[in-house]
Design a protein around this ligand. Sequence first.
Ligand code: PLP
Length: 453
Amino acid sequence: MSYQNFSREQMQAMDAAHHLHPFTDHADLRAAGSRIITRADGPYVYDALGNEILDAMAGLWCVNAGYGRKELVDAATAQLEELPYYNSFFRCTTPTPALLADRLARIAPDHINQVFFGSSGSEANDTALRLVRHYWALEGRPEKNIVISRDWAYHGSTIAATSLGGMAAMHEQLYGAVPNIRHVMCPYAFELAEPGESDRDFGLRAAKAVEDAIVEAGPDNVAAFIGEPIQGAGGVKIPPASYWPEIQRICDRYDVLLMLDEVITGYGRTGEWFAAQSMDIAPDTITTAKGLTSGYQPLSALLVGDRIAKTLVDKGGEFYHGYTYSGHPVACAVALANLEIIEREGLIDRVREDTGPYLGEALTAGIGDHPLVGEVRTFGLLAGIEIVKDRDTRARFEPEGHAASVVRDHAIEGGLMMRAVMDTMILSPPLIWTRETIDTAVDRIRAALDKAA
Ligand code: PLP
């Protein structure tokens, strides 16, 4: 059955009647009608009205290699024809997860050599939470099970991932969090730095909040600290350079495992395969998904460092954990082809040396002085733009989040897909963007800001 047999209105009616959307106010959606995206190519998506929209979000931070990659379609098709599914339970595997695990071990930091597959970032974080607690239990220290996380963190939507996350609205609807998870401030200088406080000092103060939480809980009770290298869904909150090295020092000092959530930052977005490499830190686990397949298939990979893996293998016996689709052969085939594209086309070097720095320059030059813009911040191909009512006082418009959503709507109308998180506009484009694509995006953002002003 092809969707082309249905009109846009018919599809909207079916969607409104039967489809419960993620993160959506359904009354609002029904009033507005869904935007139906029907196809995509390169950096563009197209809706059912035929509008061409430059996708500054790479779908949901995931289409790193861009749309329309025939090679990925071919990889999926070949695998579907040969072996559409078999599991990796009970002493079995299939070729592609074995090859992919080997490939990931080679691109990950040196001390990371094992991979546990799932289908989503949320699942991978559930796995990570169980694994770090299991590690300490196997080490004979089951009381070491508190995990420290941060306000505004997003680690996914399962109950465990939401418990790890630090989104107040999500916690209100949690109805029973996973216990022993504590939250501390995040390094969000734009709102939390004191007047006159240097970036460096603010980064150290934000890291100290983690140390204080460890000391308060008692280091013997703390299993791990988890954080996104750059908070994504929380508003592209980029920590000062002093933050992560200090977090590493604190984790080492108190023998607390370091868990990085690189579901957004992994696979090139920061100008290295992983942000752990950009920030020169050595996490015990790295959660990845999204860019691993450029979104062409659902797949996550929890990268597990040697310390945990050794205990799991040597002392673990059976780890009672896994998913039907762990190591799905089609998803892994697509991931292998996707990593090959990223490497062959030098997309990561391009982000680090060219498009990443250029995105920062172009946004600053193009909109940095706009009356609605309080701050532009970028790292690799991630950007956050703070929308303010008053640039000097950083006062916000009311109600919270409304102004940014108006800018976002104007941007989409003007042919640029962006997101708004509260009062922050966000960009996370495909790694295939060029300087020209960035210039087009900046022009469209400026036009959207002008309309909203
Ligand atoms: N972790 C981070 C940092 C994310 O940004 C996301 C999703 O946006 C997740 C985890 C959850 O991934 P998924 O939606 O695939 O479950």
